[in-house]
Every structure is written in structure tokens, then in C-alpha cells.
Ligand binder design. Structure first.
Ligand SMILES: N[C@@H](CCC(=O)N[C@@H](CS)C(=O)NCC(=O)O)C(=O)O
Length: 243
């Protein structure tokens, strides 16, 4: 039986201070189901950052009413002075972590570009999820529709990656939130695709694969991807989608 942590109830100014504290001194707990889906990117951000994190598999639906919106993931951060912050909504969790761990580019313009790419990548991830969540009978139609739209979007992305020098990054020359999200999209389109429905996974441009390879070459990400915990989440995900 796992327990749902309690956020510290203190005035907003105290929470604001905790939220801007050094994440190297914080302990994180991410609560989700034993699969990837909406926790994959938060987990990847935490791994890349080398955060002190515990992954808890939810006791569901027992925990449902305790969460902020009746759904998961939920992130908890306990700062060095013991303040416990609670975060909900996967996108907001990712953005908070990206900000905390400096994954939003080097300046306001780069931050905007990271956000632009993240929103586009997120759309593709959501569309891919529609394919995966479709009934087995509907998967072929959904997969064909995904591939058509993906093909149009990726042609624009190729241009933008070329402007950044096809250097394995969406923005500048460092790993950003956009690169991590792209690595997850690439993983899903290569490993989580319903081949049995008769539609080949869309072909990925070299420049996008290079971004994913750059992320995978990061020492902390490499260790995370090789970990037993990651393999367990991956295996459960393939089982969940009957791949
Ligand atoms: N907009 C929310 C959606 C969260 C959501 O739908 N989570 C699902 C799992 S992916 C969930 O908690 N399902 C269990 C339930 O609704 O009882 C987010 O992005 O975090």
C-alpha cells in the first residue's frame, strides 16, 4: 500500500521561495502508473538532471480523490527545509522541471523557440497516443491518418533543424526540453507502434534521429535508459498496448 504525500500548507510566498530553491538539494517523488505514457518525459528530465527521485506506482483508484484533478502524474518536491510542493498536469510538471533544471535555452528568444518546438512535438505525441489508444480494428485508419499529418509537420521541422546546423539540438548547442521531448517521440515511433495493423511507422529524418541520439548519449540519460526501472516501465507499456 503506497501513501499519497501531503503538500505543506503555508502561505503562497513561502511556497514561491521553495519553488525557486536549488533543485540539487530537493527530493522528488513522481507518482504514476507502472507505464510510460504521461510520465515518460518528466522521468527523462529528472534522469538527465541527475535528480534525487523516487518513482511510486499509484494505488489506484484509492488515491484518486487525493490528487489535485483526479488524475496522474503527480509530482512532489521536498526542499532542503522540508517544504513539500505538489504539482499536477503533465505539461505543467514538465515545464516546472525544465525551468528548474535550465532546459529552456539560454535567453528569452531561445526559451520561446524551445516552447514552440515543445508544443509541436507534444501535438505529435498526443496524435500518436490516439493511434495507440484506438481499438485494434481502428488502428490502421488512425495510423494512416497520423502518418499523413506527421509527414507534413516533419518537413517543416527538418528546415528548422537545418537552420540550427543539424547539430543534434533543436535550439543552440545544449540539450533542452525540446530535445528530450523529441527523443521520446522518436522512441515511441520506433518502439511503440502498432506494426501488426499493417501500417509502417513513419520514416524519421536523420536530423531528428540525431537529436534523439544526442539525448541517448548523455551519460545520465544512458544510465537511466539502461536501468531496470526504465525497462520495467517500457515492458509494461508494450504489454498495456498489446504490442
Ligand atoms: N491533462 C492531464 C491528464 C491526466 C490523465 O488523464 N491521466 C490519466 C493517466 S494517463 C489518469 O490519471 N487516468 C486515471 C483516471 O482518470 O482515473 C495531464 O496531462 O496530466
Amino acid at each position: 500500500m503506497t501513501s499519497y504525500p501531503s503538500a505543506t500548507k503555508v502561505p503562497s510566498a513561502v511556497l514561491a521561495e521553495a519553488a525557486t530553491s536549488n533543485p540539487a538539494n530537493s527530493k522528488f517523488e513522481l507518482i504514476y502508473f507502472g507505464i510510460q505514457v504521461r510520465a515518460e518525459i518528466p522521468r527523462l528530465i529528472l534522469a538527465h538532471a541527475g535528480a534525487n527521485v523516487k518513482y511510486t506506482t499509484a494505488d489506484w483508484p484509492a488515491m484518486k480523490q487525493k490528487t489535485r484533478y483526479g488524475s496522474l502524474p503527480a509530482l512532489f518536491e521536498t526542499t532542503s527545509n522540508g517544504t513539500v510542493l505538489e504539482f499536477a498536469e503533465s505539461q505543467a510538471i514538465e515545464r516546472y522541471l525544465a525551468k528548474k533544471f535550465n532546459l529552456l535555452g539560454a535567453n528569452a528568444w531561445e526559451e520561446h523557440l524551445v516552447n514552440e518546438y515543445v508544443h509541436g512535438l507534444d501535438c505529435e505525441i498526443t496524435n500518436h497516443m490516439k493511434v495507440m489508444f484506438a481499438s485494434v480494428e481502428d488502428r490502421q485508419k488512425e495510423a494512416e491518418s497520423f502518418s499523413r499529418d506527421f509527414g507534413k509537420w516533419i518537413a517543416f521541422i527538418e528546415r528548422h533543424l537545418a537552420v540550427n546546423g543539424n547539430n543534434g539540438h533543436f535550439v543552440g548547442d545544449k540539450i533542452s526540453w525540446a530535445d528530450l521531448k523529441a527523443a521520446v517521440l522518436v522512441r515511441r515511433l520506433t518502439l511503440v507502434w502498432p506494426r501488426a495493423c499493417g501500417v509502417e511507422a513513419p520514416k524519421l529524418p536523420d536530423a531528428l534521429v540525431k537529436v534523439a541520439d544526442t539525448v541517448k548519449a548523455d551519460a545520465k540519460v544512458k544510465a537511466w535508459l539502461a536501468s531496470e526501472e526504465h525497462h520495467k516501465f517500457d515492458g509494461n507499456t508494450k504489454g498495456f498496448f498489446k504490442l
